[in-house]
Write a protein that binds this ligand. Structure first.
Ligand code: NI
Length: 255
């Protein structure tokens, strides 16, 4: 079984003590590729270094809405340079977060637009973060729909929002919440979306799947998310894994 964790943060300090062991465990359970998300300018060099060191890791460069208030045009230049690296495959994670509002909303919207424009210019996918901001998100994505490709990561919205994302050509990323006891709606949604537009992710160290909820998440727990999705869709796990792996390769333009 081959699995692709399409969204992880293994550069998080919570992995400093055992990052090598975690990656070894990933290989043992079939996680062959990991897409490392980048959250701010300071992380760009670290993502590059990680992707160079670890064969299984590919990377993205981008500024998360939480850090948008620190972003400058120099950050955009640095991202553009990093995108020349053969293992830097996406712009992300970028988006809007109106739950925490760590950056002013107009600043979040501005840098989302700028980063979408860079991704389109470079012909790379985007990794999108959207929390309590679907109206503005869909409006900005629609304005940038030419050349748009990418994934709405850790999707938690309605079917209607998912349908709009699919119309824009995006993939939908699903993770640990599918395993949560109260996740009736997310499981119904996961059963209903087109199979060729789904990918799975851990978003580690966050969103740990059951039965490890409350502990640190890591990409070796991805099989629990596969199992939950296979159950929602009443599909054979092996067959589902193959489809998801192919979708992930297509998303990141690896085929
Ligand atoms: Ni993330």
């Amino acid at each position: 079984m081959k699995l692709f964790d399409t969204h992880a943060h293994i550069l998080d300090a919570r992995f400093d003590a055992d990052r090598d062991e975690v990656l070894k465990r990933c290989r043992e359970v079939g996680v062959e590729r990991i897409m490392e998300g980048c959250c701010d300018e300071a992380e760009i060099d670290a993502v590059l270094a990680l992707a160079e060191k670890e064969e299984m890791v590919v990377g993205s460069v981008g500024v998360h809405p939480h850090a948008a208030r620190e972003m400058t045009n120099a950050t955009l230049d640095k991202m553009e340079q990093a995108l020349a690296h053969p293992k830097i495959l996406a712009v992300g994670e970028i988006g809007l977060d109106y739950h925490y509002d760590f950056s002013p909303r107009d600043v979040q919207r501005h840098w989302l637009g700028q980063q979408l424009a860079l991704a389109a210019q470079k012909n790379v996918p985007v990794i999108l973060h959207n929390r309590e901001s679907s109206g503005d998100m869909l409006e900005i994505l629609t304005a940038h729909k030419n050349g748009l490709r990418g994934v709405m990561h850790s999707f938690s919205g309605s079917y209607e929002t998912a349908a709009r994302c699919l119309d824009l050509g995006l993939y939908i990323g699903l993770g640990g919440p599918l395993t949560f006891g109260n996740a009736v709606k997310p499981r119904e949604l996961a059963a209903r979306l087109p199979i060729d537009r789904l990918v799975i992710e851990t978003d580690c160290p966050y969103l740990t799947p059951v039965p490890f909820r409350g502990k640190r998440n890591d990409p070796s727990l991805l099989p629990y998310i596969l199992t939950a999705l296979a159950q929602c869709r009443r599909m054979d796990e092996q067959e589902l894994a193959e489809q998801l792996f192919a979708n992930s390769l297509a998303l990141f333009q690896l085929i």
